[in-house]
Write a protein that binds this ligand. Structure first.
Ligand code: BMA
Length: 335
């Protein structure tokens, strides 16, 4: 037996090197930190601002059950959060009827060409969740593009630059094929087409069977777009949300180069296992340290709080080299 041969022993999670390390201050934000009365705060988009501070655009659920977005800013991305004293982006169902049941799960992409941040979020309409887009320079005023992907669709992020002249949006429509990750292209951020399947949920007993979705926006590396995605395992005890890894071609992002077989991060800590929805880790954003390698992953824990885990892009890529395969990724191209 060589050291690289997979064995039952190294398939047990206890023997895996942890790739994402939980911050000791977790959870870093919860309802008790909020300047106004809320039910819960979770699933936050994240970005670094021009001054180097961290901005989280948090999903806040009020006590009606409807969500809005609220910005929290911190110098170190860990504590001393300055939270907007009132909601930063509220659903506006009069102008945007698709937001009647709230707005959720934002992902933030800084777009150098526009010198603006693109925020994609779920708008919860009578017809189900859809994908909406807004642009902002400062997270105080927003230019809303309204729904860009009709229901049932969510888990979306814009790539930071055009691919062959077109903007590219990753998203997760529900189709008769299942809940898979797709990519679509647009010349102007308003008209979308050339829809392609990017990564499909596996079937049967797999951890990512039946339902997957993009987690934070893809991480651009010299080897490709590194994608953290969530897989949802339906069990008799409820759903289990865990994270996996895949790598996509830089100039042809619908082409999966590598996909890991095992999940790399799942609910373990008490604040991830118990909450409004048990057993959920749900990252919507990350920031990159100045070393160009350390990522700070911000994730919703059990639909109740926001937590932070740190990892290294180099280690994530190394793990994919050791544990990923190109066949699993390639299969979705065959459909
Ligand atoms: C998903 C999304 C997330 C949520 C998760 C667990 O479908 O709606 O907002 O955190 O379910 O409830």
């Amino acid at each position: 037996m060589t050291i690289n041969e997979p064995t039952l022993l190294n398939l047990t999670s206890a023997r895996y090197e942890p790739l994402l390390l939980r911050h000791p201050a977790n959870p870093i934000l919860s309802s008790k930190d909020w300047p106004y009365s809320i039910n819960s705060v979770f699933n936050a988009g994240a970005t670094l601002l021009a001054d180097g501070s961290t901005l989280l655009l948090c999903r806040v659920e009020d006590r009606r059950g409807l969500s809005h977005l609220c910005a929290a800013r911190s110098q170190n991305g860990v504590d001393r959060w300055q939270i907007d004293s009132e909601p930063t982006l509220m659903p506006s169902p009069k102008e945007y009827p698709e937001e009647i049941w709230g707005i959720e799960d934002p992902r933030i992409t800084f777009v150098p060409e526009l010198q603006q941040y693109a925020v994609t979020y779920t708008s919860y309409s009578r017809g189900g969740p859809g994908v909406s887009l807004a642009l902002t320079k400062d997270f105080r005023t927003f230019e809303r593009y309204a729904v860009i992907m009709p229901p049932d669709d969510k888990d979306s992020a814009l790539l930071p630059r055009r691919i062959n002249g077109y903007w590219a949006l990753i998203h997760r429509p529900m189709t008769t094929l299942g809940a898979h990750i797709w990519i679509s292209y647009s010349p102007d951020l308003r008209h979308w087409g050339r829809h392609r399947l990017m990564l499909e949920a596996r079937r049967g007993a797999w951890w990512d069977a039946n339902k997957i979705g993009l987690s934070p926006p893809p991480i651009e590396t010299s080897r490709g777009w590194l994608v953290l995605y969530h897989g949802v395992r339906h069990t008799p005890g409820g759903c289990l949300y865990r994270l996996g890894l895949a790598l996509f071609d830089l100039e042809n992002p619908e082409k999966c180069l590598l996909r890991g077989d095992s999940w790399i991060f799942g609910p373990e800590a008490d604040y991830e296992r118990n909450g409004d929805v048990n057993d959920v880790v749900f990252p919507c954003g990350y920031t990159m340290n100045s070393d160009g390698d350390t990522i700070n992953l911000y994730y919703g824990a059990a639909d109740c709080s926001i937590a932070l885990a740190r990892g290294s892009v180099r280690s994530l890529l190394g793990w994919l080299d050791a544990h990923g395969s190109s066949e699993q990724g390639q299969r979705s191209q065959d459909l």
